[in-house]
Design a protein around this ligand. Structure first.
Ligand SMILES: [Ca+2]
Ligand SMILES: [Ca+2]
Length: 210
């Protein structure tokens, strides 16, 4: 009885015979060497593709949405007189709000008179520099609010919840009503007992002391 036995296959013979995968002679042996390298190459390529994809996504986002708007410099500051001010480029000088766009260069570089600020008053000014009066057609600079003077003309910059002024200072006298239109609820004590009525109830002439 003839039996067919499996043939012993010499693994090393593949190296010298035709490759099962490539059909090219001599390449099979190199596969075991190249395969790890190929995996590494694939990983690197994937990372590069990933990075390129992120960059492409960012570019697409910028193109779609547009470049982010330029954030204006915050120049809000408080002057030595405790008034709302405008900070100059040197980040040291704080000029009163009313010196912005008054045609005088108060900042060293003239940034308080730049066209972007002054071309369309008051709309071109930052909101913190202006105060809107009770009459919508009037506005004043923010440092004129609560300065003891009736700048709006209707005292809305000195009296009322919108102005939110502090009580009269120690150098002022508080009146229930003022005759002279330049003042509102507080008059300078220097005007007390000067022989001229400033308060409606004459308290500046009979009660007030300097
Ligand atoms: Ca100025
Ligand atoms: Ca005022």
């Amino acid at each position: 009885m003839n039996r067919t036995h499996p043939q012993n296959v010499d693994a090393t013979s593949f190296g010298s015979t035709t490759s099962f995968f490539t059909g090219q002679k001599g390449l099979c042996k190199d596969c075991s060497v190249c395969f790890p390298c190929t995996r590494r190459c694939v990983c690197v390529a994937a990372i590069v593709l990933c990075i390129l994809g992120v960059i492409a996504a960012i570019i697409a986002l910028v193109v779609t949405v547009g470049t982010p708007p330029h954030t204006p410099v915050n120049r809000l500051c408080i002057t030595t007189n405790n008034q709302t001010g405008f900070l100059c480029d040197n980040r040291k000088d704080c000029i009163p709000a009313s010196q912005v766009c008054d045609t005088r260069r108060n900042c060293a570089n003239g940034e308080d008179e730049q066209e972007t600020l002054c071309s369309d008053l008051p709309n071109s000014l930052p909101a913190y520099l202006i105060f809107h009066c009770g009459n919508p057609s009037f506005w004043i600079y923010a440092d004129k609010r609560c300065n003891g003077i009736n700048d709006c003309g209707d005292c809305s910059d000195e009296i009322g919840s919108w102005a939110s002024c502090p009580p009269c200072g120690p150098q002022q006298w508080s009146c229930t009503k003022v005759v002279f239109y330049i003042y509102c609820s507080c008059i300078p004590r220097s005007l007390c007992r000067d022989g001229i009525q400033h308060c409606f109830d004459w308290s500046d002439e009979y009660v007030c002391t300097r």
